[in-house]
Design a protein around this ligand. Structure first.
Ligand SMILES: [Cu+2]
Length: 379
């Protein structure tokens, strides 16, 4: 693997709670549609509180019948399986629709997914939450994790050229943990932001757009840039503005980029980091899988594990006392939601970076985190 340069300083299941609890004997109905897009595969909610949500958490009371309408939105073969309840339905072609009905007899959180080889790993995984609606009013928001498999294709053999990169600021609510949300600031809506892949000698034209409804000015500092602030001196972008600058990627390597608008540490703790790979001439050796993982530390006023919406806490950040240390922005991003998979004998390359702002990625930092978590719980 290429050398990793860490930041200069120092988490797919959305939760949707059903608001009205149906009477005993009622049926709760949902509609899920398959989608295949640049984020991978997913089930997307249609109608009601789950409309447009990828892999929505379906929350139902215990003992209530669940009906799920299942629609093929992308034209490939898929199925929708709730293995804990022996319920499954399949579709084979575009716009084909079917449904399944079952009555969960036990409370808890259960996975639903497509059992076709590779589809779950590509993103078709969500949760059914039984018996929690109305009792745990957990906050709900979009999955914030960047899919670890979402990496541009290798560049390999080609001459240097001009490459345009478009980034957009997205300030949004995201799911930090089950029932727990946080207001993230992001590049393109995920943590980490997009994986940028160029070649040594490429001229990179980087555009950064900050929408008018943003609350903050944001910027970008790429450690692959030889120049003032890694670009940040000319790339402070106020809400409603778009700016661009051009740089030449002189040094091959894997570099962090991040927002560098004061307080820089605050912007990074909100999730504003990503990586840029500058491939050497001739490219990297081909492997079977490439994955993209970044660590980040987060600081909240509420203790670890609190349900609901958590607020940023500046004092905790300045004291370097993280409430959460996460991979790809949320609890469980790489374990339950988007696991990294490989078959025996395959080769895997992991591009790993640390968005910070405070913690290194080492045994020591994890020990500190564990200790801190215990302190938080004890408070
Ligand atoms: Cu920022």
């Amino acid at each position: 693997m290429m050398p990793m340069i860490s930041a200069c300083m120092g988490t797919s299941a959305q939760q949707i709670a059903i608001t009205a609890t149906p009477a005993a004997g009622a049926t709760v109905e949902f509609t899920l549609k398959t989608v295949a897009d640049d984020k991978g595969l997913a089930f997307v909610g249609v109608g009601g509180t789950i409309d447009g949500v990828r892999n929505p958490t379906l929350s139902v009371p215990t003992g209530t019948a669940v009906k799920v309408n299942f629609l093929d939105g992308d034209g490939s073969q898929h199925n929708l399986s709730f293995p804990d309840f022996n319920a499954t339905a399949a579709v084979n072609k575009k716009d084909e629709q079917t449904s399944l009905t079952f009555t969960p007899g036990k409370a808890g959180n259960f996975d639903y997914f497509c059992t076709i080889a590779g589809h779950k790993q590509a993103g078709m995984l969500g949760q059914l939450s039984v018996g929690t609606a109305g009792t745990t009013p957990g906050a709900t928001a979009d999955d914030i994790a960047h899919l670890p498999s979402d990496i541009p294709a290798p560049i390999g053999q080609r001459d240097p050229q001009t490459v345009r990169v478009d980034l957009a600021i997205v300030e949004k609510e995201g799911q930090l943990d089950d029932g727990t949300t946080y207001t993230y600031w992001t590049f393109n809506g995920t943590v980490p932001g997009p994986f940028i892949r160029v070649r040594e000698g490429d001229t990179v034209e980087l555009h950064l757009k900050n929408p008018a409804d943003s609350k903050m000015t944001h910027s970008i500092d790429l450690h692959a840039v030889n120049g003032p602030g890694g670009g940040a001196t000319v790339m402070q972008v106020a809400p409603g503005e778009e700016k661009q600058f051009t740089f030449k990627a002189l040094s091959p390597g894997l570099f962090v980029y991040h927002c560098a608008t004061p307080s820089v540490a605050h912007h990074m703790a909100q999730g504003m980091y990503g990586m840029i790979l500058v491939e050497p001439a001739g490219g990297l050796a081909l492997v079977d899988h490439e994955y993209y993982v970044m660590q980040g530390d987060m600081y909240t006023s509420q203790t670890f594990g609190t349900k609901g919406h958590l607020d940023f806490n500046s004092a905790e950040m300045m004291a370097e006392q993280a409430t959460y240390i996460v991979f790809n922005g949320e609890v469980g991003a790489l374990t339950t939601k988007h696991p990294l998979t490989a078959k025996v004998g395959e080769t895997v390359r992991i591009f790993f970076g640390n968005g910070g702002p405070n913690y290194t990625s080492s045994a020591r930092s994890w020990t500190r985190c564990t200790t801190r978590d215990r302190l938080h719980r004890r408070r």
